[in-house]
Design a protein around this ligand. Structure first.
Ligand code: IPM
Ligand code: MN
Length: 355
């Protein structure tokens, strides 16, 4: 099969971790007989510097023409420290999600048996954790208008906005995934305070009639934040709005031992995009120390979700599990034992697949 893929390395550690994922994909192509047609695009701070736009038109065109997109990370401290900066790298990511119609971000959270001791939570709390967080990605407070400042500059405002159709399409995915799994859907909201949350509940209640086998549970986000670390095996599929999903998935990553392990798939209307859930980790950029596993696992999701190539995804996951088990891991996962570089971890995982 010939796979046409847009590669967007982005900022910070993005280029280094993408390079490792490409090695692993090359190995998969070799083993399973696929070829790749890659195009490389600019996004984020890198695109601001050269094009003055964090998501330039030519990058968008490239993404629309590809069968899938592999994305590294976005963000640059030069912009974080300047609250007055009008153009910011993150705008590129948001614009990309919106223009590509990527309304659902799927973040699987599962513990790796060989890393269970790395979690700050006690082992007996996290054994058997395996859930899916489905985060709405193109609505809510990230995109709601009005947003801005009053004329005198003394007041700032954001708006959280959802319509029924946006809620319906994301929750439909929630029901579908729960149906394929343990039939348990947790809707996370703040319906005791927010009008948008109440519309979410109303919509899900209507939909649940068509999914009688799926047990629906509603949980306030503050309680969900607590339950996630108090009793994480409880969860099967979580569906939630944009910002709650952003926050809860960073929290959830702690369960597995490192933010550097969690991949994600963003799916929607025009195409699909695969990216690690972590950011651009600028302090580590160019040092060959960043953990490439989340990006490599995102490539596994790319094979499965974008092309239906399950065996290819499984081969990557097994190679990653072996690297973790053998201790071929970057410094975020090591205590006193030997640490491997980004390149070494990528090489090891690729080599397992070739073998
Ligand atoms: C993420 C990131 C982004 C988000 C930032 C970089 C805009 O934190 O993908 O989770 O908040 O969505
Ligand atoms: Mn985030």
């Amino acid at each position: 099969m010939k796979l046409k893929i847009a590669i967007l390395p982005g900022d910070g550690i993005g280029p280094e971790i993408i390079k490792q994922a490409l090695k692993v994909m090359e190995a998969i192509g070799n083993r399973f007989g696929h070829t790749f047609d890659y195009s490389f695009g600019l996004v984020g701070a890198a695109a601001i510097t050269t094009k003055g736009d964090p998501y330039p038109e030519e990058t968008h065109r490239m993404c629309m023409e590809a069968d899938a997109i592999l994305f590294g990370a976005i963000g640059d401290p030069r912009f974080d420290n300047d609250p007055k900066a009008k153009i910011r790298p993150e705008q590129g990511l948001l614009k990309m999600r919106k223009e590509l119609g990527l309304y659902a971000n799927i973040r699987p959270v599962a513990t790796f048996p060989s890393l269970i001791h790395r979690s700050p939570l006690r082992q007996e709390l996290i054994e058997g954790v395996d859930f899916l967080c489905i985060r709405e990605l193109t609505g809510g407070i990230y995109f709601g208008r009005p947003q801005g400042r009053s004329e005198d500059g003394q007041t700032a405002f954001d708006s959280c906005v959802y319509n029924r159709e946006e809620i319906r399409r994301i929750c439909k995915l929630g029901f579908e995934y729960a149906h394929k799994r343990r039939q348990q859907l947790t809707v996370v909201d703040k319906a005791n305070v927010l009008a948008t949350s109440r519309l979410w509940r109303e919509t899900v209640q209507e939909m649940s009639v068509d999914w009688p086998e799926v047990k629906v549970e509603y949980m306030f986000v503050d309680n969900a934040a607590m339950q996630l670390i108090q009793h994480p095996p409880h969860f099967d599929v979580i569906v939630t709005e944009n910002m709650f999903g952003d926050i809860l998935t960073d929290e959830a990553s702690v369960i597995t031992g490192s933010l550097g392990l969690l991949p994600s798939a963003s799916i929607g209307i025009h195409t699909s995009l695969f990216e690690p859930i972590h950011g651009s980790y600028p302090q580590a950029a160019g040092k060959n120390i960043a953990n490439p596993v989340a990006t490599i696992l995102s490539a596994a999701m790319l094979f499965e979700y974008a092309f239906g190539l399950q065996a290819e995804g499984t081969a990557i996951r097994e190679a990653v599990a072996l690297s973790l088990q053998k201790g071929i891991i970057t410094e975020d996962l090591t205590e006193h034992n030997q640490t491997y570089t980004t390149e070494e971890v990528g090489d090891y995982i690729a080599q397992v697949i070739y073998a």
